[in-house]
Ligand binder design. Sequence first.
Ligand SMILES: Nc1ncnc2c1ncn2[C@@H]1O[C@H](COP(=O)(O)OP(=O)(O)O)[C@@H](O)[C@H]1O
Ligand SMILES: [Mg+2]
Length: 258
Amino acid sequence: MTELKTGVRPATVSVEHLEMVFTARGRRQKALEDINLTIAPGEFFVIVGPSGCGKTTLLRILQGLAHPTGGRALIGDREVTGPGIDRGFVFQQDALYPWRNVTRNVAFGLELQGITKADAAKRTQEMIELVGLTGFETYYPHELSGGMRQRVNLARALAIAPAILLMDEPFAALDALTRESMQRELLRIAAAAGTTIVFITHQIDEAILLGDRVAVFSPRPGRVREIISIDLPRPRPESVKQSPEFQAYVGHISALIG
Ligand SMILES: Nc1ncnc2c1ncn2[C@@H]1O[C@H](COP(=O)(O)OP(=O)(O)O)[C@@H](O)[C@H]1O
Ligand SMILES: [Mg+2]
């Protein structure tokens, strides 16, 4: 794999006393309560917690698509008030345009920025290579497997050199083997890209394998129960899962989630 100049300047993500209360059909429901996080530039930060604990809500707030009812979120020292090209995202459902081939999907975000066609084409090709899709440039989404489509999403998200990358259960819809290979790929890509990553999952082993730190959220309303530093050396091969250290993290986090 060639050395990649991603142009990323990873940012700090801060969340201060964040609260989110939804009102639906006249009923108030608190989804997030007093969330406080400081995520370092370039950190791989994972959030785990049961379904409905507000993980997606938190990510939508960071994306700028939902506005908290209390507290605030910051990228660097700028408060998040709306969407921006400093943030890339990959969600569980791939968001590819079916009528665009791989190259055109990856280039999509770049086309919205005022860069030259030649630079956009070079950048697009680098990202396709980074995610391991060389040779599939002219394929359309329906001709790709689920894992390959998520690679395209990842390439598109990284093409804009985001300061942070937001990932909401990106591998949840994949079969177990594809998921494992995507985890390995993401570890490699994250190291190459250097961006800050906020990654959501409900799979404990995925959280430990990937994360520098893992925040465990409580059931609704979501609160930070504990933040655990994962002191496993990198690179982390699949075999790390068999180590007693890894199993100790699994035991600890499982007990927290209950
Ligand atoms: N737009 C919305 N309107 C009303 N309630 C919502 C909305 N979005 C999420 N919720 C509620 O907030 C809670 C957290 O949802 P979500 O963030 O999707 O959780 P998770 O991603 O952890 O499963 C749930 O109870 C959900 O029903
Ligand atoms: Mg969710």
